[in-house]
Design a protein around this ligand. Structure first.
Ligand code: EPU
Length: 347
């Protein structure tokens, strides 16, 4: 075993660090070889301590949330995977003056076939005014956080129903729900900066885009998040959450997949090629790729932007299928699809 690994095990305790942990047990895709080292952080002190140790010893690390949106290579990860299990949320303050919700443009969503795929009819309504600040730990499950917010009679997060992420993952990848981006609700973040100091940064200091933020480039870790929610219309928000979740259940595979595989294209590009929607699923579907299978992975028959693992699939088969999809979409539409799912480890 590497000298640095021995050192880390000594610092964190032999019974706290797992060796050669199969990552297929920790991703929603249920794919992935072993991580050399694996550690579960249950408090912020744990998290800060482990990240400082691996950084000091130059051991590569990856902070894992809920394991969605992720493809780990069959040969596994050389370094330490740190599972963030630090969870909890609290109400911080009521704003003196509520502020208007600012919808950020740039979520490429348009239902071309609103009845057949995601039925969005009668779902949308004007956004709430934001008047209450809450704080949540990055390792909290997004769905339990949303349910907690409803218990506090707070609305806003209903559009993120059913996304199987941790709150930290939803922030780092700037999750999108319907036409809203998660970043629209964020006021402040608590991070571990590159010098190993815990500090607060304003949301305006971060670059956020559709499915994107620069948090991982700028900081060693995201610890907690402050968001602005609304005490208006909470009954409607809760009903919308349930309804939206049900509608998604019908058309999106729920297990053994990482979520949508490719990013949607921009609305401008969709217009240019005469596509009725920017949906990557539509482009893939038009290429006749639904149900195409390589090894034990298949393009879902429910929705063409989902790649599903039929028990025991290999990352290598996913890569082959992704390559085929990209090739066909390029041939038919002249478009390079961009992957939304993040790859880590050795393939
Ligand atoms: N369509 C097809 N065939 C398909 C799938 C879709 O023709 O196999 C067409 C239909 O015409 C449909 C349109 O594409 O009306 C749009 O499809 P859908 O309503 O399912 O939305 P999407 O744009 O494909 C996006 C997100 C989903 C998110 C939904 C709802 C991306 C890449 N996908 O899907 O996000 O749940 O909108 O907000 O942005 C995720 O990112 O993991 C994800 C699931």
């Amino acid at each position: 075993m590497k000298r640095e690994y021995k050192e880390i095990i000594k610092i964190l305790g032999k019974n706290k660090v797992r060796i050669n942990e199969p990552m297929e047990n920790h991703t929603t895709f249920k794919i992935g070889g072993p991580a050399d080292l694996y550690y579960e952080a249950k408090t912020n002190q744990d998290l800060v301590k482990v990240i400082k140790s691996v950084s000091k010893l130059s051991v590569p690390y990856f902070i894992l949330g809920n394991g969605s949106n992720l493809l780990v290579g069959d040969k596994g990860y050389r370094g330490m995977v740190i599972k963030n299990l630090v969870s909890g949320a609290k109400v911080i303050r009521k704003l003196k003056k509520p502020i208007k919700f600012e919808k950020i443009k740039g979520v490429p969503y348009k239902a071309a076939d609103p009845k057949k795929y995601l039925n969005v009819i009668g779902l949308d309504y004007p956004d709430e005014r934001l008047d209450t600040e809450v704080e949540v730990q990055a390792g909290t499950s997004l769905q339990s956080f949303i349910r907690w917010s409803f218990k506090q009679k707070l609305a806003g997060l209903q559009w993120f129903a059913g996304i199987p992420a941790s709150v930290g993952g939803a922030v780092i990848h700037n999750a999108h729900g319907f036409t809203r981006l998660f970043s629209s609700y964020i006021s402040e973040l608590r991070v571990l900066d590159k010098r190993g100091i815990v500090r607060s940064v304003k949301a305006s200091e971060i670059d956020f885009g559709y499915g994107f933020s620069n948090i991982q480039q700028k900081y060693l870790a995201l610890l907690s998040i402050r968001l602005l929610l609304s005490s208006q219309n909470t009954a409607q928000a809760k009903a919308t959450y349930e309804e939206w979740r049900q509608r998604k259940l019908v058309i999106q595979p729920q297990t053994n997949c990482p979520g949508s595989y490719f990013k949607n294209i921009s609305e401008d590009l969709a217009k240019k090629i005469g596509a009725p929607t920017p949906s990557a699923g539509w482009l893939i579907d038009q290429c006749g790729l639904k149900r195409v299978k390589i090894g034990k992975v298949q393009v879902s028959e429910k929705h063409a932007n989902f790649i599903v693992n039929f028990d025991g699939a290999k990352a290598a088969d996913v890569v082959k299928l992704v390559t085929l999809i990209k090739k066909k979409v390029k041939e038919k539409f002249g478009i390079d699809l961009e992957e939304e799912v993040v790859r880590i480890g050795e393939f």
